[in-house]
Design a protein around this ligand. Sequence first.
Ligand code: SF4
Length: 329
Amino acid sequence: MFSTKLLRWFRKAKRPLPWRTEPRDPYRTWISEVMLQQTRVDVVIPYYQRFLNRFPTLQSLARAPLDDVLALWSGLGYYRRARNLHKAARAAQNGLPATAHELRALPGFGPYTAAAVASLAHNEDVALVDGNVARVLARVFRLEGDARAKSWKIAEELLPRGHAGEFNEALMELGATVCTPRAPNCTNCTIRMSCLGRDTPERFPEPKKRPDRPLLEWKAVALRRRDGAILLARRPPDSLFAGMWDLPMSDPGARLPKWPGVRVRGRLEDRGVVAQTLTHREVRVAIRAGHASGAPKTDSLKWVAPNDLHQLGLSSLARKSLRKAGIAC
Ligand code: SF4
């Protein structure tokens, strides 16, 4: 009854999103699902369209340099997703496997992404739980404690065999459009009569205690060459924003380093501080600006003309830092 009503509602109410064209293509489904993690649909749509224009196939993504992938991901955040997409595309150049079990062997494919691609694109009978599904099920079954962990088992039990893709997407759609975090529209909800939490929906799921976010304080310097080019540095592997480009920086709390081959001319001026709240950290970057010349003696530093900044993977924080230094990007 629950699933029949939900499916009937979904067939009428689903939003015509660009990744929902039939027949579902596994590659496009994968890209959309990865982009949608932690990110709103309206933010994802233009990124998705640009990404698919540039990398229409798995093979084109696999052949591309990582820098091109990061450039198209710039501003979307959670850059590990882009690095893993690229790694997985290279690992599966002959095509994505069809089952959730096989997909799990690829970089970046956790239980959610594997189940999403297998069920939405191949209709494999596998359940999935994301934030939307966990919220709906926490309310329908008044789940106490860790709703997300409990929801996996419930989602598997509810799954109508043979309609897994549609059912999974319907639960996510209900969470995104009706059973929203605040002010859920219970009056018009198709599964209202099955829902134990309909009178006090906002009590579920119980809020998680967020750990304190440590503060990272960085110092960055915006150095410009006489022709206007800006010195940028690639973030080291295993660092925050690994592989992205940014202003050259010091380690948290340390003095600015020297850069072999680069000569700083004159004094550096303070340009203020930019701040960004990330999921697990607060970052503050004190910006100084000045002039320099010379040729960097490492591949992790390069001069970039302002007009070429759009070709690089820059985080939102890097863009803020550049703007603070007076560089449009
Ligand atoms: S009745 Fe309300 S709380 Fe229950 S699933 Fe529907 S929108 Fe969510």
